[in-house]
Design a protein. Sequence first.
Length: 182
Amino acid sequence: VILSNFNHKELLFKFLIIGDYGVGKTAIVRRYTEGKFSSNYKITIGADFAIKTLDWDPHTKINLQLWDIAGHERFGYMTRVYYKYAVAAALVFDISRVATFQSVKKWLSDLREKVTLQDGSNIPIVLLANKCDIHHAAIPTEQIIKFCKENKIGKWFVTSAKENMNIGRESGVNFDRLEHNP
Ligand code: GTP
Ligand code: MG
């Protein structure tokens, strides 16, 4: 709680967006926070930040602090610093590039090794199969479902930052109502 009075509460949550380079993390954040998309690829160096404010209920405002981590960071030593105090994460891969799905496992273990909630439990993770507008899904749905089951990922969605599919509350996904891992 960062601010509270008789009938109003304001909460701040740190939310990570991770996954290989070029999968669309920055595009997803931009679509979610600004409603825009660009097809130019501008690589993220280190981490970018954005805030999404949600009116949760008439008495509660939620500020989601989105940490958009550079895909190349997996090879760096900074992720531990970036992950600190995060309470949830979106792990993104590109549905048209198998290698980015294979990397999901590495991102997942990096994350689970380096960040937990205060009570020691894993942070909730949503898996996003992005670029579903490219009609060439290289990874079968069953494989994604199996992976989620085996790795205790509670939720996954196919998304498109380009076509605005499953990005915001408007388009279906509740980034703001993440379920905890089973
Ligand atoms: P790093 O910053 O290097 O980690 O990459 P990133 O994951 O932030 O990727 P970024 O959002 O910059 O997107 C990479 C490229 O994919 C850009 O050219 C985007 O325009 C494109 N892209 C992102 N999302 C989509 C999508 O949903 N569909 C399509 N067709 N292209 C997308
Ligand atoms: Mg980026």
